[in-house]
Every structure is written in structure tokens, then in C-alpha cells.
Design a protein around this ligand. Structure first.
Ligand code: PLP
Length: 446
């Protein structure tokens, strides 16, 4: 018998959401950790939090329709919640298009917002029924002419900004010197440019950037109108900080005012592509500690903490606004903080993060807040480590509002959950591996 193990690392079915009647995320985490049944790292996805952020976004910029940038977090319940709330999707690849269409989303609710696409990717999108995409060079226009001539195009312009992750070097044409020429090239090729798009960069703190983008878009709308071509969509992109930073209030007001002033015509469709804003605050990660070692560095104690997720797992970045603390540490005082290196499990010397924490033991768990965006999606399975599973939770109140939406089925929720129920193990199954002694083989001394 040939032993067949052709599958790649496993995909795990998304665990259902616990419907909570009065209990909180902290109660769920406590029950789970104190049961000692949950040993692997896990995420808790607070669906109420994502629900609230989606609502808040819609209310704060009522003129803009929401197209969730799913690259920020494409976990199943996050996508289902977004679908249930009637948002559209900003997809970055055929993989994302395929994933969201498999949920039954209509392809006309998708914008394929990445400007650089290969011919195969364009053909994939076109055959899938996606109609809208972006461009920012002439080279792309010639390819679009050949492979996706009926696409509805948005010209992506570059907007300078102060952002944690700037995108301007890679994407966007220059408004002053390139945009008009590109619009003329597109018209010459007989392509339809339906609008203007910009993205100020992720985690954008220069609020004025959005107004600059909208002003430049207005000028391009006017240029096209003069040439007898009419654009219909303004895409103000993503980049929104979560609302706790106060910046969101200022940004949404400025955008709303600028739109009222420059785009009073309600027949222009305004769309936004928030990613980080909708999901970041809704996910927390819980990691257990496996080993602790204290050494001296510069005459100060340095704690080396080995935990069960890390840089090569779901921690690509530790942002300044994210926090880490010891689970069940009610004091949370600043005084006993020590220099700490958090090592991930993998055998890679770069798999670490530097933080400040009180001294820990191998019985402790660590909690990382604000882990909902650009975490799970960046995660790798380097050296065979699996990605933590997610336990969604939802309050009875929000559940009652959304449970009957078509995207959900009863099995998505557990109404009277046992809070201590562990998530499934991600360890591989133990099949009967058939040794083949006729292979030339090495044997370790025993
Ligand atoms: C990544 C991306 C977004 C989302 O950005 P956030 O900073 O997460 O809001 C929106 N639009 C485009 C085109 C993107 O590439």
C-alpha cells in the first residue's frame, strides 16, 4: 500500500460563534484558560465590535458606501458579518475574488482595486463577472485593452500623506503631471474610465490628505466632463485609523464636508474601502507561555519569554497602538515592567518581538489587543506551525438582529455555549505511518 499524504497544511472549519447572554470576552477567555483544556494560542473575535465599527463608519460618512478591503482580515465570520451588513468588497487578487464569490456575493459588489494585474488575473476577474478595477500607468491600459476591454476603470492617483504604511511609492499616478495624459490615453484606446480612486496609506494621520484627494478627483471629473466623458464613481480608499484615536471623528467630518462642497451631485457614487478600521479592534490574541529565562543585559534584567505564537505566525508587526499584558493581571502597573523578548515557537532567530512586561512564569498567558487587521492574513506556517483558530463571540442583542440574514445558518452560532469549550486542536492527525524498510535508510542510535 502506498502511503498517501498529499494534502497541504490543513484548513480548519471556522468555529461557530458563542452567543453571549450577559457574559463578556473576558469571561470567555477566563473560562477557556482556566479550564486548562485550551493549550494552543487562540483569537477571540468580538463580532459586536466589528458590527459597531461598520455602523459607525456608515453613519460618520453617510455619503460613502462601504467596500470592505478584505485583505485586512478575511476570516470567515468577519466576511459573513460584512455580507450580512450589506457592504461591498475591495478585492486584491483572484484568490480574494474567488473567496468572496463562494459566499454568494454578487460580482458587481466587488472592486478589484489593485492597479497592477497580470493578464491571467484580469481574465480571471472578467470571467468571474467583476466589472470594476483601477489603473495608474499607460502600460496597464494597453494590457487592459487586450485582456479586459469592457472593464470600468478608476484612475488611481497618488496622494501624499503621513501614514504608518505609505503606498504612494508603489501605487498611484501623479495628479499634476500624469493623470490627464492617462485619461486621454484611455479615451484613445476606447476604454471606459468611470472614476477616480486614491488611497492615502494605511493608518493615515494627516487628515488633510483626504481633502486633497477629493479636490484632485474633482479636477479630473471636470477635465473628463469638458471632453464629453462622464465619470460616476469617486473612491476615497482606506487608511482610516480606528475611532478610539479621535482622528476618525475629524477625518469623517472633513470628508463629509468636502464631499458636500465638491461633489454635491448625488448621482456621483462615492465609495470607501476601509480595511483596518472595521476589524482591527474586534480581535484579541491569547498566547500561553512555554518557557521563561531571565538574563542580564546592560545591568538590567531581560526576560526571554517563549510563547506559542510569534513573528512567523500571526505577529508580523507589533504596532504602537497594540498592547500586550498578562492575562488576569489586574494591577497592570507600569512600575514592574521589564525588558522582555517574546520569542515565537519557530526555530528562527528573527522570530521575536521586544516589549515591556512584568516578569512572567510558564503558567501565564499573554493578551494582545487590537489584533484584527493585517495579522492572521500575513501569517505563515513556517516550520509546520499552524495558525491559531478564532472563537467568535456575539451578544444576544446583535445576534437577534443579524441571525436571520441569508448568509448565516443556525450552525454558525451556539446559543447556550459552554464558555470553557476549547477550540479544536490543530495538531495533525496520527495516521498509521507505514515504515518501508526496503528504502535505504538511516537509523538513529538507541
Ligand atoms: C489595503 C487597501 C485598502 C485598505 O486599507 P486600510 O488601511 O486597511 O483601511 C483600501 N484600498 C486599497 C486599494 C488598498 O490597497
Amino acid at each position: 500500500m502506498m502511503f498517501q499524504e498529499t494534502q497541504r497544511f490543513r484548513e480548519f472549519a471556522a468555529p461557530p460563534a458563542f452567543v453571549l447572554d450577559g457574559s463578556t470576552e473576558a469571561d470567555v477567555a477566563k473560562a477557556l484558560i482556566e479550564s486548562k483544556q485550551q493549550t494552543e494560542p487562540f483569537y477571540i473575535f468580538d463580532m459586536d465590535e466589528a458590527y459597531r465599527h461598520i455602523q459607525r463608519f456608515k453613519q460618520s460618512i453617510p455619503r460613502a458606501q462601504v467596500f470592505f478591503a478584505m485583505k485586512a482580515n478575511h476570516s470567515e465570520m468577519m466576511l459573513k458579518l460584512a455580507i450580512a451588513m450589506g457592504v461591498g468588497f475591495d478585492c486584491a487578487s483572484p484568490g480574494e475574488i474567488n473567496k468572496i464569490l463562494n459566499f454568494g456575493v454578487d460580482p458587481t459588489s466587488i472592486i478589484y482595486a489593485v492597479p497592477n494585474k497580470t493578464p491571467e488575473q484580469m481574465i480571471y476577474a472578467r470571467i468571474s463577472g467583476v466589472k470594476h478595477t483601477t489603473f495608474n500607468t499607460a502600460c496597464e491600459l494597453y494590457k487592459i485593452k487586450q485582456y479586459w476591454p469592457d472593464a470600468k476603470l478608476l484612475i488611481r492617483i497618488k496622494v501624499e500623506s503621513e501614514s504608518v504604511y505609505k503606498l504612494g511609492e508603489k501605487f498611484g499616478c501623479l495628479f499634476e503631471t500624469e493623470a490627464v495624459g492617462l485619461l486621454e490615453t484611455a479615451a484613445g484606446l476606447g476604454l471606459t474610465v468611470i472614476g477616480v480612486a486614491f488611497h492615502v496609506g494605511s493608518g493615515c494621520s494627516s487628515i488633510e490628505s483626504y481633502a486633497v484627494g477629493i479636490r484632485h478627483a474633482r479636477a479630473l471629473f471636470d477635465h473628463e466632463a469638458k471632453a464629453g466623458r462622464h465619470m460616476k464613481i469617486l473612491d476615497i480608499g482606506g487608511g482610516f485609523y480606528r475611532e478610539e484615536s479621535n482622528k476618525f471623528d475629524q477625518v469623517s467630518k472633513l470628508i463629509t464636508d468636502t464631499l458636500a462642497q465638491l461633489f454635491p451631485d448625488p448621482s456621483v457614487q462615492v465609495i470607501a474601502e476601509p480595511g483596518r478600521y472595521l476589524c482591527e479592534a474586534a480581535f484579541s490574541l491569547y498566547c500561553s507561555i512555554n518557557k521563561v529565562q531571565t538574563v542580564m543585559r546592560n545591568n538590567k534584567p531581560l526576560n526571554k519569554v517563549y510563547m506559542n505564537d510569534g513573528h512567523n505566525g500571526t505577529f508580523r508587526y507589533l504596532e504602537t497602538w497594540q498592547s500586550v499584558y498578562k492575562f488576569n493581571d489586574t494591577r497592570r502597573s507600569k512600575e514592574d515592567l521589564e525588558d522582555t523578548i517574546l520569542y515565537g515557537p519557530s526555530p528562527d532567530s528573527k522570530d521575536y518581538l521586544e516589549v515591556k512586561l512584568p516578569r512572567c512564569t510558564d503558567q501565564d498567558w499573554l493578551v494582545f489587543d487590537m489584533q484584527g487587521s493585517y495579522t492572521l492574513v500575513f501569517s505563515g506556517r513556517f516550520a509546520g506551525y499552524e495558525i491559531p483558530l478564532i472563537r467568535p463571540i456575539i451578544s444576544k442583542k446583535i445576534w437577534a438582529q443579524i441571525k436571520d440574514r441569508a448568509i448565516f445558518s443556525a450552525s454558525d452560532f451556539i446559543v447556550y455555549p459552554d464558555l470553557a469549550e476549547p477550540l479544536p486542536s490543530t495538531l495533525p492527525p496520527l495516521p498509521p505511518y507505514p515504515g518501508r524498510s526496503e528504502y535505504p535508510h538511516l537509523v538513529l542510535a538507541d
